[in-house]
Ligand binder design. Sequence first.
Ligand SMILES: [Zn+2]
Length: 302
Amino acid sequence: MSLSNVPKLQELYFHPWKLPLETLTSVDDQFYSFIEYLVGSTLSNLLRVQEINSVPILLLTTDVFEHLFLKINDVETDLLRQGLLLKIDNNLIVKSANRTKIKCLLDILKIASDRMFKEGQRIAPKHPINYSPLAIPSATPAVSTANTYSTLTVDDQRNHLLKCIDDWSSLNEKFLNLKEFKLEEGYNFRLIVKVGTNGIQASIECLCKTIIMLGKLHNKLIPSNFYRHLKSPGCKYVNRLLKEQKFEEKNRNNSYSTSSSSSSSSSQLIKNNSQSTTAVVPNRKRTLGSTHKINSEKKRKN
Ligand SMILES: [Zn+2]
C-alpha cells in the first residue's frame, strides 16, 4: 500500500471518497504509518500503545483517549499525555485539536467502510498489495465480503473467531509482553458461540474466570473485547504470567552473576514498571500457563 495515493486529511474531509479502499485493510505497521500520515505520529503512537492495529478495531474503540486517563505509569504513556493533554485548573483534558483530528479520521473511515460494504468490493485480487509477510491480515480482508456475513453459521463464526485469535497471538511477537505465549482454546480461554435473540452471539471465558461478551462489526463477531481484557489490569491471568516471567528472568540473571550479591543486574530487570515485584511466590515450575486448565469443556461448544 503506497501512501502517495492517499490525499491529506484536509482534502479527505471534503472528498472522503478519495480514500483508497485498500487502506482499510492495512494492519500493524502499515496501519500505523497510514494513521501517522493522516493525523500525525503522536496520535498514531496512542493507537500503537493500545494495540489498536487496524481500521475495524479503531472503529470499534469507544474512546481512544481513555487510555491516557487510566492509572498507567510508563514513559510512553507519559509522553503521550504531554503531547495530547492540556492541564486546566488541575484537570487534564484532551487538547481539542486532537479530538477533532480523531473525529475527522473516524468520519472518513466510516464513510469509506460503508462504501466498501455497499460495493462489496474485493480488493485483494484486483490490486495486489505489497504486504510484508508478517502483515498479511487474514482477518481483515474479510471486511470486503460483508454481504455474506448474514449467512454465516455458528460454526463459521466460531472458526473465524478462533482464527483471528490465533493469528493475533502468533503475529504479535511480543504479545502482551510475554514470551512464548499463545492463546489456545480450551487451554487458556473458552469460546462459546450460540444463537441468541440478536442473532449469533459469542462470549469468551478467560482463564482468570472473567467472561467477556464479544462485539460485532457488520454482523461478524470480532474478538477485540477479549484482547482489551487481556491487556487490562483486570486480567489476573496475564498479570500472573507477567509476574512469573519477571521472577524467572530475575532468577536467571542472578544465577549468571556470581555470589557477589551485586544487585545492579536484577534491578535493571525491574524497570518494567507496571508490576510489583515484591510479592512473587517462588514457583520454579514451567512458567506460562502451567497451572490449571479449563475443565475439559472443549467439547461443549454451543
Ligand atoms: Zn483474564
